[in-house]
Design a protein around this ligand. Structure first.
Ligand code: ADE
Ligand code: ZN
Length: 321
């Protein structure tokens, strides 16, 4: 059963992994009316990608302190571990953890780290953090986010990235933030080739110098770019279930992950924001098995690629089982 294999997940948004019941509970505790973001069945309600981003931000309104992030981290890692994830890199945003103030950011990180240590003891799952700026908040917000990243680089903060609305500006507008993070020793990834086309992927690789891409799947629209990604060894953090729910592709069978892999591009599999997209790592594996016949050997190879591309140090890599 492919779904039971141990898994490496490289692309998971910390807040986006918050179970809706958890956010609803916090909203009740804080007497904040968030009923508009929930469907009658309890799941998150949104119409399209732009609306998804605004519901996401609304949910973050109740994550107002380190204690909330401690609880969130425990909930997220328990769910990941239940899905067989043994190593996870999650995106953490200073914009949602203190608004870019380094001192407050450290307090959030301390709480998240304590929860991660507890989850590692209880479930064996290892967490590493990728600090992320949010593209539609603009370059002026990305700079303090990068400073937060640089100030806390090392140990378990291993990377810097960018999520958010890829249609805003150009990747290169954020070069200062990425340079700052790189100089602090952080490894780099950015969302590209999700809602942006091949040009956005080229900008990410050439103007930001990232070694991994969040999604990257729309590179398939340009065979020359696919060849370049394969030749460079750029790793794609592919989230097929997310892409299907957000309407990029009608179903798993139409998703380009298999074609990218056949063309020699390094692909890995993640969930992005699992409760928003009604998915889990087990489900992603099951759906890929059904769509493309991928078996245990295929997933073992995918996980080897992911472990190799993980931003952690060698000692940590050696501990991942
Ligand atoms: N933030 C959370 N999920 C995202 C996605 N799929 N694309 C861009 N930014 C995100
Ligand atoms: Zn993402």
């Amino acid at each position: 059963m492919v779904a039971n294999l141990p898994k490496i997940e490289l692309h998971l948004h910390h807040e986006g992994a918050a179970p809706p019941a958890f956010i609803r509970q916090l909203a009740q505790e804080k007497r904040i009316d968030l009923s508009r973001i929930f469907k009658p069945d309890g799941g998150y309600a949104y119409r399209d990608f732009a609306h998804f981003l605004s519901v996401y931000e609304a949910a973050c309104q109740v994550l107002t302190g380190p204690e909330e992030f401690r609880r969130l981290t425990l909930a997220v890692l328990e769910e990941s571990a239940a899905n067989g994830v043994v190593y996870s890199e999650t995106f953490l945003s200073p914009d949602f953890c203190g608004g870019g103030d380094v001192g407050v950011w450290r307090e959030y990180l301390h709480a998240i780290r304590e929860a991660a240590d507890e989850a590692e003891r209880t479930h064996g799952i290892i967490l590493r953090g990728i600090v992320t700026c949010i593209r539609h908040f603009g370059p002026d917000k990305a700079r303090p986010a990068a400073v937060c990243a640089a100030e806390t680089a090392g140990d378990w903060i291993v990377g810097f990235g960018m999520g958010g609305d890829e249609s805003v500006g150009r990747q290169g507008d954020y070069a200062w933030a990425f340079d700052c993070a790189r100089e602090a020793g952080l490894r780099l990834t950015t969302h590209a080739g999700e809602f942006g086309g091949p040009d956005s992927v080229r900008q990410a690789v050439h103007d930001l110098g990232v070694e991994r891409l969040g999604h990257g799947v729309r590179a398939i629209e340009d065979p020359g770019l696919v060849a370049e990604l394969a030749q460079r060894g750029t790793v794609l953090e592919v989230c097929p279930g997310s892409n299907v729910v957000l309407g990029l592709y009608p179903d798993f069978a139409a998703h380009p992950i298999a074609r990218l892999r056949e063309a020699g591009v390094k692909v890995t599999v993640s969930t992005d924001d699992p409760p928003f997209f009604h998915t889990t790592m087990r489900r992603e594996y099951q759906m890929l098995n059904r769509a493309f016949g991928w078996d245990e050997d295929d997933f073992a190879a995918l996980n080897a690629t992911a472990l190799d591309a993980a931003f952690c140090d060698e000692d940590t890599r050696a501990r991942v089982k």
